[in-house]
Design a protein around this ligand. Structure first.
Ligand code: HEC
Length: 253
């Protein structure tokens, strides 16, 4: 009888151990939550959750700083003379998550108090950003920045290639145009496009595809100036998709 009790106790112990193990995954998940910018906007201790969250597929409803917001800031604001680290106009540096949080008045969940958003929609031509004569950011980019703030202004990370890289029938409208808008248009549109390369619409993009310059520049081929200038190369999957679109005839599809 006593033996049976011990056996029972051991079995119960094992059972308990197992159920408690089931909770284990919750812990690392909680650790993955990026910094809480509500309580301490300049606490940048865990700014780079790359190690813990990489490999997770992107959630279409979420805005990811590195993937969606940083390239917009880099190609529209973080230049020399404006908001790169060396120039830091008005003390604002827009070249990384840490610097954006520390200098650009991001008030999580609150658009009105977020200077970085307010300047985009300021109706006064003398106050708005980017300043005249540069055109305003397109409304979908403004919307994306708004959504990022309303979702808490976090530095969420995901892996756009977690489910593989789909290079079949790459669409100009759904992929090429938004990619160029995010990574290139800040410099390559308007009255004086950088390097005299205008990438503001299909016809212009196509002409630089046909000259071989566009792919030469983004693939960092020798003999071309590496693009996006001064920034990281586009991801492997983005390059593969652009290449597939070009190889399929660079259609306006
Ligand atoms: C921060 C500004 C900036 C961004 C962002 C940028 N470019 Fe450029 N780009 C330039 C400048 C400046 C030049 C002229 C460089 C030179 O002639 O030395 C240039 C030149 C080029 C050229 C001509 C290269 C050559 O060797 O003739 C191409 C093509 C080009 N860019 C495509 C792109 C594409 C595509 C993107 C986005 C993936 C992009 N650029 C992003 C600033 C930028």
């Amino acid at each position: 009888m006593r033996m049976l009790f011990i056996l029972f106790a051991v079995a119960l112990g094992i059972l308990l151990l197992q159920t408690s193990c089931k909770h284990d995954p919750i812990l690392p998940k909680e650790e993955m939550v990026p910094i809480d910018t509500t309580t301490n906007p300049v606490d940048t201790m865990i700014t780079n959750p790359v190690d813990t969250m990489q490999g997770q597929p992107c959630d279409e409803d979420k805005v990811y700083f590195e993937k969606d917001i940083l390239p917009i800031l880099q190609s529209n604001c973080a230049f020399s003379g404006c908001h790169d680290a060396a120039s830091a106009e008005d003390g604002v540096i827009l070249d990384s998550y840490e610097n954006v949080i520390a200098t650009a008045d991001v008030e999580p969940f609150n658009l009105e108090d977020s200077e970085i958003f307010e300047v985009l929609i300021d109706t006064r031509e003398t106050e708005r950003m980017p300043p005249t004569p540069t055109s305003r950011l397109p409304s979908d980019q403004v919307q994306l920045i708004a959504t990022w703030i309303l979702q808490g202004g976090e530095n969420l990370i995901c892996d756009p290639e977690a489910n593989g890289c789909d290079t079949i029938e790459v669409s100009f409208i759904d992929f090429v145009e938004p990619t160029i808008q995010t990574h290139c248009k800040g410099c390559h549109s308007g009255m004086v496009p950088s390097g005299n390369i205008d990438l503001s619409d299909y016809a212009n993009i196509k002409s630089h595809v046909e000259s071989g310059k566009l792919y030469g520049a983004i693939s960092w081929e020798q003999g071309f100036v590496p693009m996006p200038q001064g920034l990281d190369q586009l991801s492997d999957c983005t390059l593969e998709k652009l290449k597939a679109w070009i190889d399929d005839g660079a259609l306006n599809n």
